[in-house]
Design a binder for this molecule. Structure first.
Ligand code: TIU
Length: 235
């Protein structure tokens, strides 16, 4: 069956080969989305990120139904902070720093409740979870190897925050040869203006490092794919 579909996108339509496309969900962690986490200690209004949850839940469900590879990432560090450079640990003037006790355990420390993904988007046992110490999901992780093993060439990029980890990951992926679609209503920022301009940056100059598309266009093709071939996952 032909699994190549054309998605209306900016700066122009993109042909997606669904068998070689992965859904990447960046850092939808309690520490970024819930009051008391890292995001709030940086002085941010965490409510700004909550609007991503509903559309992303819908896109994740459609991707699962279609059998698409799903990759979740989590930003965080080892309990001894040996993988957190001082340049990151000491940045800015947060009320608390990475590794300090927060409302959900030590902030952005692997294994802590706050470091894990919000309940609505919890990974299933067969989905990939990449723990990353940086903003980009390729830095110091095996994401590239995971995608290469599965023959993935195109990425649907979602999660938070638009101008930080989503942008860094999209730029890293673009440089590595992946075609990236940033899903416009499934990424979010603490700063609405950064979100808006962050999406514009992706598509400027003819799509300088990717495309943007809304989730409804993607959900439509994934739902059609699942209906056409319900017992044969894409990958
Ligand atoms: N502060 C902020 O906007 N973002 C981060 O620190 N990490 C991610 O974007 N995941």
């Amino acid at each position: 069956m032909d699994a190549i579909v054309t998605i209306p996108a900016r700066p122009g339509p993109i042909d997606l080969d669904l068998a070689h496309t992965a859904l990447v969900i960046i850092d939808m962690q309690r520490d970024f989305l819930l009051p008391g986490g890292f995001g709030e200690t940086l002085g941010n209004d965490v409510g700004q990120l909550q609007r991503v949850v509903e559309p992303l839940t819908g896109l994740l469900a459609a991707a699962r139904e279609a059998g698409m590879l799903v990759v979740h990432t989590r930003e965080g560090h080892l309990p001894d902070l040996s993988d957190c450079p001082p340049a990151k640990l000491n940045r800015g003037a947060p009320s608390k720093r990475i590794g300090d006790p927060g409302a959900f355990g030590r902030i952005l420390i692997r294994g802590e409740y706050g470091h894990d993904i919000i309940d609505e988007l919890a990974p299933t046992a067969d989905e990939v979870v990449i723990d990353k110490p940086g903003k980009g999901a390729f830095h110091a992780t095996d994401l590239g190897a995971v995608l290469a093993t599965r023959g993935i060439t195109q990425l649907l990029i979602t999660g938070v925050t638009t101008e930080v980890c989503v942008h860094t990951t999209t730029r890293e992926a673009n440089d590595r040869g992946y075609e990236c679609v940033v899903v416009s209503d499934c990424v979010g920022s603490y700063f609405p203006e950064f979100h808006r301009v962050g999406l514009e940056m992706v598509v400027a100059q003819g799509g300088i490092f990717g495309w943007t598309a809304p989730s409804d266009a993607l959900i439509a093709v994934l739902t059609e794919q699942a209906a056409t071939s319900p017992s044969a996952p894409i990958s």
